[in-house]
Design a protein around this ligand. Structure first.
Ligand code: ZN
Length: 138
């Protein structure tokens, strides 16, 4: 450890960048960035960035591994739609009419249906996998 640069303690919590492949801390701006298609990535506010994920590698090699990995990951439209729907619903806890949902998500009614279907399937799969027997109380 040679980091003895005067600023110990009092710095605000800056998140160290981690290599998405090996988890190594990338601290000396030697990181490599790329943007990969990922249907599970929904930006918190900007729909233009939906379906894209920024990945960080500690080296060019690890970045290449990450990009390869995401290339093999299926890009599922329903997953992306579900993410867009979830984002809008979070902003409107009081609920929305389908018309409003269409307008706010920028999706078509058919796409919203696909998203909802994906969500249901995912929920069933999740319950199967993590087998929580306690019924959610309505
Ligand atoms: Zn790495």
């Amino acid at each position: 450890m040679t980091d003895r640069e005067s600023e110990d303690g009092a710095e605000e919590e800056s998140q160290p960048e981690l290599c998405d492949w090996c988890g190594a801390v990338v601290s000396d701006s030697t990181e490599w960035y790329s943007v990969v298609p990922d249907s599970s990535a929904v930006h918190s506010s900007d729909p233009v960035l939906d379906g894209k994920r920024m990945v960080v590698g500690c080296s060019r090699e690890h970045l290449a591994e990450l990009v390869e990995q995401y290339k093999r990951r299926p890009f599922v439209a329903g997953e992306l739609f579900a993410g867009k729907i979830a984002r809008v619903l979070e902003q409107h806890p009081e609920g929305l009419s389908e018309e409003d949902l269409v307008r706010e998500t920028g999706l078509t009614a058919a796409q919203i249906e696909v998203g909802a279907m994906w969500q249901n399937l995912e929920f069933l799969r999740w319950r199967k996998e993590f087998g929580d027997d306690s019924e959610p109380s309505e």
